[in-house]
Ligand binder design. Structure first.
Ligand code: ADA
Length: 565
């Protein structure tokens, strides 16, 4: 699902709604071939997390999902928005394939499907092992299920499977090209003319001939779009781009903008920008990570009211609908993959299988989110042991891939080893997670801590890289107040955040801050007892978006910084 129609010619059947669901506690589903017959289960609504079924809050393991649908016959494409975390998919008992990774879309194309009723069965597994990404120790709840939309499509002759739109700006003139992946869905050779449009105006066309069921990736010759209106913070100028064959089309939206990093600063469209943001998990109350689109709008409204110009999608690719909203609201975004922190041992970080899996997640993220103008930062990983040799290969591999393939974006990672990190070579901006005043000393010692950070960075010769505080904050229990400045109160959190942001932005003129975090989120037992309610309580709103005192404190200081800029 997107905020606009991606296809007008293609016949699409959304399979959201009631599915049959059965928990496979004893892992007998594969042996008993549950995908081979009608699943004898209960009803679940897709998309959702199975954790909000009573009794399943902490379920980790396998469940089966099944749905019957009618298909007119021909070449079928099945799309999954996201399944947490591992999926094996069957159509009418035939195995179609698998996908690992809970936060990106995947699809299967099946040729020569007969007209009539068909059964789709999905085995979903959210358990962990030594090469899981993330690992079991992670600071969010272990959700499972089909968490984003599912659809089936009829593909007809030459279809357009994907579109990557590239441009290079000189002033307000853009030199552009499309790279498209085409597929011939018929069992005959087909010739066709593929037409490419920007805002409805035809820019170029290509004649193609594809053999039966052939895939082909094509890049158009470049063309100019003159006097473009740039996409910017609060100026979300979007252009519609589309590709058309005789039998299919594909629509997307792009924005023209330029991100640069030079002499300690981040520039958007030639102007230095201070990133004022929050970290946000795509998680809400009892619904977990199957986040309803209307509430996405509400979150963005709240975050705009907070005077932010950026959001970090901690710690995984967010629903494309959310990123569409940011595109059309002029809010910048940091998108990352769930290689999260202390769950990964140094050996795991060096494990080629983990690096390959992480790289695949980056590839999927780049392919699926490439055209979004709001994404100005790719995040490689978060709080890994980047002070240890074992992290270097992973960081370098991810960095090289993203620099080469990620488009005009900043590439970085969030380090919690500010004074010992050995990977700063592989990032465009240095991003620090540090909780002075919460886990560590008094927050009044931030000034010294920041000076130490700068002197370490300078000593390595990276003094020219902008520095951003990608996480800092304190927990506060919603509604817990005091006359004294003590931990867990709303007052303490508000005071700590005001002091910290003032120190980072006003005193040390850093390039940005991302408060940890926007809302309280459910977490897991592995995080231990300092997670009261088994929640990460560092939200400046609670899990139902009720504001804590810190909300108005951050709003005030971000508002003032915005005004002086
Ligand atoms: C880390 C981590 C967050 C969260 C935070 C905290 O910085 O990246 O996901 O766990 O710590 O609350 O301690």
């Amino acid at each position: 699902m997107r905020l606009f129609l991606e296809h007008t010619k293609r016949q699409i059947n959304l399979l959201d709604g009631a599915w049959v669901f059965k928990c496979d506690n004893n892992k007998v589903g594969e042996i008993e071939k549950w995908y081979d017959s009608k699943l004898d289960g209960e009803t679940i609504i897709v998309p959702s997390c199975w954790n909000n079924k009573l009794g399943m809050l902490k379920y980790e393991g396998v469940c089966y999902y099944q749905k019957e649908f009618y298909f007119v016959g021909g070449t079928l494409r099945i799309n999954f928005g996201a399944v947490m975390t591992y999926a094996k998919v069957y159509l009418d008992s035939a195995y179609l394939g698998e996908h690992y990774g809970g936060f990106t879309a995947f699809d299967f194309i099946v040729e020569k499907v007969a007209e009539g009723y068909h059964t789709l069965t999905v085995m979903v597994d959210n358990s962990f092992n030594e090469i899981s990404i993330p690992q079991k120790k992670v600071d969010w709840a272990h959700y499972g299920g089909i968490t984003r939309s599912v659809s089936v499509e009829l593909l007809n002759k030459i279809t357009i499977l994907s579109n990557k739109f590239d441009y290079r700006l000189t002033g307000n003139n853009a030199k552009c090209s499309f790279t498209v992946k085409l597929y011939n869905a018929s069992n005959k050779t087909v010739s066709d003319k593929i037409k490419f449009y920007v805002n409805g105006e035809k820019m170029t066309e290509i004649k193609v001939t594809l053999e039966p069921n052939e895939y082909k990736t094509l890049k158009t010759k470049s063309f100019k779009v003159e006097n473009v209106k740039l996409w910017d913070v609060n100026k979300p100028n979007l252009y519609s781009v589309s590709i058309e064959s005789s039998t299919d089309d594909l629509f997307d939206r792009v924005g023209f903008r330029k991100v640069e990093v030079k002499s300690k600063k981040i520039y958007l469209n030639g102007k230095a920008i201070k990133l004022l943001g929050v970290n946000r998990h795509e998680e809400v109350g009892d619904l977990g990570m199957a986040f309803p689109p209307q509430l996405m709008y509400r979150d963005v409204d709240i975050i705009k009211d907070l005077n932010c110009n950026t959001i970090r999608g901690s710690h995984y690719p967010n629903n494309p609908v959310f990123v569409d909203i940011l595109d059309e609201q002029g809010m910048t975004f940091w998108s990352e993959i769930p290689v999260w922190g202390c769950g990964f041992s140094p050996e795991t970080l060096a494990d080629e299988r983990v690096i390959a899996r992480g790289l695949k997640m980056h590839q999927e993220m780049v392919e699926q989110y490439y055209n979004h103008p709001s994404i100005i930062i790719w995040g490689m990983h978060n709080e890994i042991e980047s002070q240890k040799e074992e992290s270097v290969n992973m960081t370098k591999t991810f960095y090289n891939y993203l620099k080469e393939n990620g488009g005009n974006r900043i590439v970085t990672y969030a380090s919690n080893h500010a004074l010992t990190d050995i990977c700063y070579e592989y990032c465009d901006i240095i991003c620090i997670n540090q909780y002075t005043g919460w886990y560590g000393e008094d927050y009044h010692s931030w000034d010294k801590a920041v000076e130490d950070i700068y002197s370490y960075i300078n000593s390595l010769g990276y003094g020219d890289k902008p520095v951003v505080m990608s996480e800092f904050g304190a927990a506060a229990l919603y509604g817990y107040h005091t006359f004294d400045n003590v931990k867990w109160t709303e007052e303490y959190q508000a005071n700590l955040l005001t002091y910290s942001i003032d120190c980072f932005m006003n005193k040390y003129k850093m390039s940005g801050t991302y408060v940890w975090q926007f809302s309280d989120i459910r977490t897991c037992e592995e995080m231990g007892l300092n997670r009261a309610r088994e929640f990460n309580n560092k939200g400046i709103v609670n899990e139902y978006r009720k504001p804590k005192l810190a909300y108005s404190a951050v709003k005030e200081i971000y508002g003032k910084i915005n005004r002086i800029k």
